[in-house]
Design a protein. Structure first.
Length: 471
RNA sequence: GGCGGAGUCGCCAAGUGGUAAGGCAGGGCUCUGCAAAAGCCCCAUUCGUCGGUUCGAUUCCGACCUCCGCCUCCA
């Protein structure tokens, strides 16, 4: 079977065929963070999903060029820069660093390119110039430059590729009502926002006067610059489908005037949102988690990653602390099995055909059906444990199984548990307990075990002798 | 109101026109000085509700109920 992925453009699962005629290179863009605050666990679902997609494409032999933008100029950022009397760069670089640290805790592969919006102002201006030249963009009386959906459609382009919206019947909400901009039509959106006093030092010169880019244009400019005028995959959270991604298509296809049959992005993928304890995450409900909040509760990035990877990307995910505790238990079972294989395996084995890989690939080829993939993994765990207990696994077989797992884990990206150096004091207690056991002084050995437990260590007696594990 | 998604065990979650994967939690047994880990066994005659199509539906169709997302801040 070939890899199939859901495409928001066609609302169906399609075979994934890259634009590269050799079928090898894949350009992938994922809308990254707006660095105005700590990213929350919902944001990270999308980034872990993008990481999974990239890893699976790589597993499938594609050479992926992964681009994720950093939005470092935007209304909220400007507001905070003003409130804190700092500079744009100082403020955003702090949050960018924090974001990347979280990204690393979650064991996401670093995108190959992390472009910043503020470093692509010339590209943004050039794209807007193209739109103005084609008559699709106009400068309004307020000095800002807007994208005209009517003119765009007049060029034979289609607005509304990702969503089916009736613009005539579109609800005129409070936000639109209080919109002070001088747009020709309600649905038009800003490409270049004219400088206002509140922007402080945040502005750039442009053919339309000093100002700053609108929200959507940066992604068009940066993706085109780094991945070319047409590329394979564009990912993001479902809420970005409209208007952000629709507008990206409009700007790009409007500016570049593609020949028939060619388009900006071939394949759009959107991840569903997560709920926390069954509700939309909000600060007032107290169910708003950043990664740091979870790390502070003693969970690891690896455990959070596992939990985020436990459900299909297109299904709404209910994130709970109980779920996280369950993730820890599942992971421990997996680690235990892999650890035992590692002890038994002889020389490292090259990956080879293996039932686990076959079942895993079959599941993941079907639009990254990770739940089915986990089903395959845990069936393999049960079977492996059974063989290990029955002493039915030879060393080379263990090595082969381990190689297969390592290959699968290139996609899951879990790696091993953080191994911790066993303190000398703990080792000394383990020896004391072992001596007591050999003397059949079980009362004493149980006391020592309790002491170990108090220090955070569990001791297991195996045929090869005692083994300690961190609780 | 418009558009879209979803309701499967206590919790999380796959799946199929032919009679329900997997994980967590729970129960029993084996192993163990006792544990732990592991193994074995048990744990949804049932897939939101009601109709319809069918030899047969959880899976297809219709209606209804509930939840969620988007409708120009949003991952």
């Amino acid at each position: 079977m070939a890899l199939q992925l859901f495409n928001t453009l066609t609302r169906s699962v399609e075979r994934f065929v890259p634009l590269d005629s050799a079928g090898k290179r894949v350009g992938m863009y994922c809308c990254g963070p707006t660095v105005h605050d700590f990213a929350h666990i919902g944001n990270f679902r999308t980034f872990v999903f993008a990481d999974l997609t990239r890893r699976y494409l790589e597993f499938r032999g594609f050479a992926v060029l992964h681009v994720m933008n950093i939005t470092d100029v935007e209304d909220k950022i400007i507001k905070r820069v003003r409130e804190r009397q700092t500079t744009l760069r100082e403020f955003t670089s702090k949050h960018e660093t924090e974001f990347l640290a979280d990204f690393e805790s979650l064991q996401c592969r670093r995108p190959h390119i992390l472009p910043r919006a503020t470093e692509h102002i010339p590209e943004i201006i050039s794209l807007i110039e193209k739109l103005v030249a084609r008559g699709i963009a106009y400068q309004a009386a307020d000095g800002s430059v807007y994208f005209s959906i009517t003119k765009y459609r007049g060029c034979g382009c289609c607005y509304g590729q990702l969503v089916n919206l009736d613009f005539e019947a579109m609800r005129v909400g409070e936000r639109v009502a209080c919109d002070e901009y001088d747009k020709e039509a309600v649905a038009d959106f800003a490409l270049w926002k004219r400088r206002v006093p509140e922007d402080g030092a945040v502005f750039w010169p442009s053919p339309w006067g000093e100002g700053r880019p609108g929200w959507h244009i940066e992604c068009s400019a940066m993706s085109i610059k780094h991945l070319g005028e047409s590329f394979d995959l564009h990912l993001g959270g479902e809420d970005l489908t409209f208007p952000h991604h629709e507008d990206e298509i409009a700007q790009s296809e409007g500016a570049l005037n593609y020949p028939p049959g060619r388009r900006f992005v071939k394949h759009w993928m959107h991840s569903s949102h997560l709920l926390v304890e069954g509700k939309k995450m909000s600060k007032s409900l107290g169910n708003f988690f950043t990664l740091r909040d979870l790390l502070a509760k003693g969970f690891s990035g690896r455990e959070v990653r596992y939990l985020l990877l436990s459900a299909h990307y297109r299904s709404q995910f209910n994130f709970t602390l109980d779920g996280l505790a369950g993730a820890r238990a599942s992971l421990a079972r997996l680690d235990e099995c892999v650890g035992k294989l590692r002890e038994l395996a002889d020389a490292p084995s090259a990956p080879q055909e293996h039932d686990l890989l076959v079942a895993f690939t079959k599941a993941m080829d079907d639009d990254l059906n990770i739940s089915a993939a986990w089903g395959a993994v845990f069936e393999w765990v049960t079977e492996t444990n059974r063989k290990l207990a029955a002493n039915e696994l030879t060393r080379p077989q263990a090595a082969a199984a381990l190689a297969a797992w390592n290959r699968v884990d290139e996609v899951f990206g879990l790696g091993g548990p953080k191994s911790e150096e066993v303190p000398a004091a703990v080792l000394a207690l383990v020896e004391q307990r072992q001596a007591a056991r050999q003397a059949k002084d079980f009362k004493r050995s149980d006391v020592v075990r309790d002491q170990l437990k108090a220090l955070g260590w569990i001791v297991e007696d195996t045929p090869k002798g005692p083994r300690v594990k961190r609780i």
